[in-house]
Design a protein around this ligand. Structure first.
Ligand SMILES: [Ca+2]
Ligand SMILES: [Ca+2]
Ligand SMILES: [Ca+2]
Length: 170
């Protein structure tokens, strides 16, 4: 890395998909963000900065820890999830185990990031006139109802859609 200050770090060659710098959280997450992958250098020595380190040394974003999917080679990202603690700028998805900690910036961004959609709970008091309220509380555009894909956690946006009127040619 060239320099690190505040919430950004500068790529060695100065180019990335983000521009000259990348967010600090992308440093040592095992995803190359700088075009020269300089953000993934010297990561084991530095304990992956704010990210999670697998026992084999691989780094990854904390939101993949205790998300129910094994990401570390030996599965240690899904161990001891009862005691997995979120940081101050993170949100715990639901109360079940395992449940991951996601960045607080994903709360109320209009897109469910937690499996149970709890990050989109209680975000707006009312849905707009062209929106549908899911029972878990988040609003989806009307056009997402009856589009054949469940967007609400309980799938109620795909209920009461009217049955296909087949059989009229009998
Ligand atoms: Ca990275
Ligand atoms: Ca995982
Ligand atoms: Ca979200």
């Amino acid at each position: 890395m060239k320099s690190e200050s505040g919430n950004q770090v500068e790529c060695l060659n100065g180019t990335s998909t983000w521009g000259r710098c990348i967010p600090r959280s992308s440093r040592c997450n095992s995803v190359p963000d700088c075009s020269d992958a300089s953000d993934e250098l010297d990561c084991k020595e530095n304990s992956c900065f704010g990210n999670f380190q697998c026992q084999d040394g691989k780094c990854m974003e904390r939101m993949y820890v205790c998300d129910g999917i094994t990401n570390c080679w030996d599965g240690d990202d899904e161990l001891n999830c009862e005691s997995w603690q979120c940081k101050e700028d993170e949100l715990k998805c639901g109360a079940s185990v395992p449940s991951p900690c996601i960045p607080m910036s994903l709360r109320c961004n209009g897109q469910p990031d937690c499996v149970d959609h709890s990050d989109e709970l209680n975000c707006t008091e009312e849905c707009g006139s062209d929106e549908f309220r899911c029972s878990e509380g988040w609003c989806i555009p009307d056009v997402w109802t009856c589009d054949g894909r469940a967007d609400c956690y309980g799938g109620e946006d795909e209920k009461n859609c009217g049955e296909c009127l087949c059989g009229v040619l009998m």
